[in-house]
Ligand binder design. Sequence first.
Ligand SMILES: *[C@@H]1O[C@H](CO)[C@@H](O)[C@H](O)[C@H]1NC(C)=O
Ligand SMILES: *[C@@H]1O[C@H](CO)[C@@H](O)[C@H](O)[C@H]1NC(C)=O
Ligand SMILES: *[C@@H]1O[C@H](CO)[C@@H](O)[C@H](O)[C@H]1NC(C)=O
Ligand SMILES: *[C@@H]1O[C@H](CO)[C@@H](O)[C@H](O)[C@H]1NC(C)=O
Ligand SMILES: *[C@@H]1O[C@H](CO)[C@@H](O)[C@H](O)[C@H]1NC(C)=O
Ligand SMILES: *[C@@H]1O[C@H](CO)[C@@H](O)[C@H](O)[C@H]1NC(C)=O
Ligand SMILES: *[C@@H]1O[C@H](CO)[C@@H](O)[C@H](O)[C@H]1NC(C)=O
Ligand SMILES: *[C@@H]1O[C@H](CO)[C@@H](O)[C@H](O)[C@H]1NC(C)=O
Ligand SMILES: *[C@@H]1O[C@H](CO)[C@@H](O)[C@H](O)[C@H]1NC(C)=O
Ligand SMILES: *[C@@H]1O[C@H](CO)[C@@H](O)[C@H](O)[C@H]1NC(C)=O
Ligand SMILES: *[C@@H]1O[C@H](CO)[C@@H](O)[C@H](O)[C@H]1NC(C)=O
Length: 384
Amino acid sequence: MPALSTALSAAGVAVLALAASSANAAKAPATLEHVIAFGDSYSDNGNTFKVTGYPAAPYFNGRYSNGPTWAELVANATVGNSNFTDVAYGGAYASKAALSPPQNLTAGEFDPPDLTQQLQYYLGNHTKYPHPRTTLYTLFAGGNDYVNPFQAGNKPDANKVAGAIVSFVQALHESPLNATDFLILDMFDFADLPVVRQAAAQAGNATGTTILAGATALSNGHNQVLAAGFAGLTTKTPALKIRLVDFYSLAKASSTNFKNGTSPCVTLAPNATASATYRSTDPKNVIACQDPDSYWYWDDQHPTAAGHKMIADLALKTLADPSAIINGTDGSRNKTSPTGGDTGKNGTQGAGHSGSKSAASTQAYVFGSGAAVLAAVVTAFFAL
Ligand SMILES: *[C@@H]1O[C@H](CO)[C@@H](O)[C@H](O)[C@H]1NC(C)=O
Ligand SMILES: *[C@@H]1O[C@H](CO)[C@@H](O)[C@H](O)[C@H]1NC(C)=O
Ligand SMILES: *[C@@H]1O[C@H](CO)[C@@H](O)[C@H](O)[C@H]1NC(C)=O
Ligand SMILES: *[C@@H]1O[C@H](CO)[C@@H](O)[C@H](O)[C@H]1NC(C)=O
Ligand SMILES: *[C@@H]1O[C@H](CO)[C@@H](O)[C@H](O)[C@H]1NC(C)=O
Ligand SMILES: *[C@@H]1O[C@H](CO)[C@@H](O)[C@H](O)[C@H]1NC(C)=O
Ligand SMILES: *[C@@H]1O[C@H](CO)[C@@H](O)[C@H](O)[C@H]1NC(C)=O
Ligand SMILES: *[C@@H]1O[C@H](CO)[C@@H](O)[C@H](O)[C@H]1NC(C)=O
Ligand SMILES: *[C@@H]1O[C@H](CO)[C@@H](O)[C@H](O)[C@H]1NC(C)=O
Ligand SMILES: *[C@@H]1O[C@H](CO)[C@@H](O)[C@H](O)[C@H]1NC(C)=O
Ligand SMILES: *[C@@H]1O[C@H](CO)[C@@H](O)[C@H](O)[C@H]1NC(C)=O
């Protein structure tokens, strides 16, 4: 892990004072002092658990994994746990408003706050906001926006979901937070998630192939819209430092980086009730494998603690790499290579998932005819 001051000066924070200033720009302190995380189960440190009691053990203290999440690890490595604020909720959508038609909860079900509501919570619970020049905002969201609609047989739209994430970054940049520094994960390939592979396998070969191709197209579309949207934002506002972490390539290299890069560590107990899910309130429902550190997947939708550690390492590497900051001026961005693995090892931009040159089109990236079948099989991503 880079030392705090090294990481920060390397990340260009000190340079911020020289950057073209927006109305809100102020003097740049030399160091990072605060990390604030928004998002879903990939960043949640127990917020959903505090309300619902799930996911219970063997999940770790309310995390959707067997250890701390990447956002916690990034905070720990830079500002320490006491200067970390985690506003992420397992099960959260990037945007409920972007869902069409809206998802309807059953009575009594917990309704996790989406990004906009998380921001409202944050603002409502604090009277003083940290100085933007000393604050890093981490963000990962979107998975639930794609999968939950399938259950109802609807087609998610990457333009809307990724567009909502871009709009959220802009909202954080506006008053009262005036955020300038962002560390954001792009989307992994949904086709690799165990829950999607299981659904594809059960759907038979032809439909299964369509489901997997649709999942990949959706992830690529998401990442193209993010890259183009952030390039657009930084063109308008050069003071914004948006770093997009190449999570896609890291997740692709799971079988290189882990002995078991494809299957979940946890399994449902043989005698678990028929309606049991991995992420329940009953610890008796789930059995963990003996060697979680050799697995990339903790359950059918989330990385292990060892996986989160690897995500955090890549995120910190990206934070320390000034050339990873999205530059809307020339529309380019150098990718920080994932740790290990052969994907992106030589810094090559993989087709379709990175680089702001692949501009967002108005095309909707959606699942094809396999969606209804997937909907019938998939029970939930990222939570619930
Ligand atoms: C934590 O935040 C306080 C201000 O709220 C700051 O004085 C302190 O230096 C920060 N700690 C670290 C390790 O950044
Ligand atoms: C946080 O960092 C401290 C020291 O840097 C380390 O001892 C501790 O294990 C870390 N905690 C986590 C959860 O990584
Ligand atoms: C939710 O309820 C509204 C209004 O009853 C309905 O139009 C919509 O189709 C429902 N959405 C889903 C996903 O079932
Ligand atoms: C403060 O946060 C809690 C969740 O931790 C939320 O329920 C509450 O609405 C927030 N308060 C305000 C005023 O937004
Ligand atoms: C953000 O900018 C507004 C003025 O546009 C200012 O009132 C507010 O205090 C700033 N917030 C922070 C956290 O610096
Ligand atoms: C379909 O069959 C081919 C050839 O056996 C195989 O490579 C592929 O993985 C199968 N696809 C699915 C989704 O089952
Ligand atoms: C991964 O783990 C699963 C479940 O424990 C097992 O069935 C599978 O064979 C393992 N794969 C490898 C490559 O070790
Ligand atoms: C399943 O069996 C184990 C061992 O007998 C027991 O400890 C556990 O409570 C049972 N699980 C459920 C959900 O009843
Ligand atoms: C990307 O990396 C190359 C080679 O290291 C360098 O010449 C180029 O200036 C970099 N581009 C950006 C946008 O940082
Ligand atoms: C962005 O790219 C332009 C053109 O290549 C270059 O002049 C400028 O210095 C770059 N800005 C940053 C912050 O790297
Ligand atoms: C580097 O990228 C090129 C271009 O895509 C590819 O053909 C080559 O196999 C890569 N080399 C390594 C060592 O990964």
